[in-house]
Design a protein around this ligand. Structure first.
Ligand code: SF4
Ligand code: SF4
Length: 109
């Protein structure tokens, strides 16, 4: 098990800053989707492809200290209920799909 970045989409979609996407050192790891976020939100949300995330916490610092939105935390990968990967490229709230993607990622790690 290891730590990965987890973005609170409800908080993130309250702003259109996208700052973290510019600072993550791993290519294509934090991405932005206009369709994500809180219901009725004006903006989309950033999300993390956990199979690429190295848990460096740079994005946490950027969101906390630069953007001051406090939307990102590091979390153990097996504790994240909704995850996206570069394989599926989908952020899903359905437990079944999330569990499948999670087991794929964990079996690779
Ligand atoms: S820095 Fe924080 S609020 Fe800004 S896009 Fe990233 S997660 Fe969202
Ligand atoms: S923890 Fe590091 S590698 Fe992972 S999404 Fe944040 S900045 Fe990128």
């Amino acid at each position: 098990m290891y730590l990965v970045a987890d973005i609170d989409q409800d908080i993130c979609s309250g702003t259109s800053c996208k700052l973290c996407t510019q600072y993550c050192p791993e290519a294509n790891t934090i991405q932005y989707d206009e369709g994500l976020g809180a219901e009725g939100s004006k903006y989309g949300s950033a999300y993390v492809s956990v199979d690429r995330c190295k848990g460096c916490a740079i994005c946490v610092w950027v969101c906390d200290t630069m953007a001051k939105h406090h939307a990102i935390k590091l979390e153990m990968i097996d504790k994240i209920p909704e995850i996206a990967t570069t394989l599926g490229m989908q952020y899903t709230a359905t437990g079944v799909v999330a569990e499948r993607i999670k087991s794929e990622v964990l079996s690779e790690g």
